[in-house]
Design a protein around this ligand. Structure first.
Ligand code: ZN
Length: 286
């Protein structure tokens, strides 16, 4: 008889002596160090959140989601691809609403925006067998990634616009980047986990890139809330990331020559232009 025998009968994972004092160790390959990722921000992050009651437009049930209190977090900058950074927390984790009853999910701003035929599609294709529990306190990065996945499945099921699906992929990529940044550098498998995050982020952003390129050929601006100059700037950054400097150069030239693009986006585009020139030079020199 071991001290921890019988735990499985209560539906709990058996604890081994070895594991007991190694709480920091990530559970399994592929899985995030969930407990750890959560542990650090809990105290502060929770105080910037509120619970919002939502009415599901698809199944009519009421449920609670966590949302960031407006005006409480301070924006301190952005990544090159426009991912916003806030001093207190990563707000992108809280931008998807999931109905735990029927599985309908969308970005908060689009949640109410669903037509009757699409509701039927959700009820027929997503609701059967859907199992989801709203996380208890804060959303860990893995909770958030899961929420974006559910939203993406919904967007596909409902035939949402390419720009909307691309935007979900972009945001998911940002959240995965956040996860990579939050990993415990002391963890034994830190390198492996970071590599997985980088790979996943690349995959999400490549989907966003392809989706926005497709959308740009058939949809009207604004697209996913972005004016043309903003989207073209974002696409330039993504083009460079995926080694399509030809596309980036064309888009940047368009932004710099645009009469409607604002001075801020032109400044950003100018920085990109320099990078593109550097890249071409390096390539020629070889
Ligand atoms: Zn619902």
């Amino acid at each position: 008889m071991g001290l921890f025998d019988g735990m499985d009968q209560m539906g709990l994972k058996k604890i081994s002596q070895e594991d007991l004092f190694k709480a920091d160790e990530p559970a399994k390959k592929g899985a995030p160090a969930a407990a750890e990722v959560k542990a650090k921000p809990t105290i502060t992050e929770e105080s910037y959140l509120l619970e919002r009651t939502m009415d599901c437009p698809v199944c009519g049930s009421k449920f609670k989601v966590k949302a960031v209190k407006s005006g409480r977090v301070r924006r301190i900058g952005q990544d090159k691809d426009l991912r916003p950074r806030f001093e207190q927390m990563d707000t992108s984790k809280y931008d998807v609403v999931v109905c735990p009853e029927c599985g309908y999910a969308a970005m908060t701003r689009d949640f109410k925006n669903i037509m009757e035929p699409q509701k039927k599609l959700v009820l027929e294709n997503i609701k059967p067998g859907f199992k989801y529990e709203e996380p208890g306190s804060i959303y860990s990065y893995d909770d958030a990634i899961k929420r974006y996945q559910i939203a993406l499945v919904n967007a596909m099921t409902c035939g949402r616009k390419d720009s909307e699906k691309a935007y979900l992929c972009l945001k998911m990529g940002w959240v995965i980047r956040g996860k990579g940044e939050s990993l415990d550098k002391e963890a034994e498998d830190y390198e492996a986990q970071l590599k997985k995050c980088n790979d996943d982020e690349n995959e999400a952003l490549k989907l966003a890139f392809d989706g926005f390129i497709a959308a740009r050929q058939k949809e009207e601006f604004p697209m996913a809330g972005m004016e043309q100059s903003t989207l073209d700037y974002l696409l330039s950054v993504l083009s460079m990331r995926f080694d399509r400097y030809d596309i980036a150069a064309k888009l940047v030239t368009g932004i710099l020559g645009s009469r409607v693009a604002g001075p801020k986006i032109k400044d950003l585009a100018r920085d990109l232009k320099e990078e593109i020139v550097e890249h071409q030079k390096a390539k020629e020199e070889g």
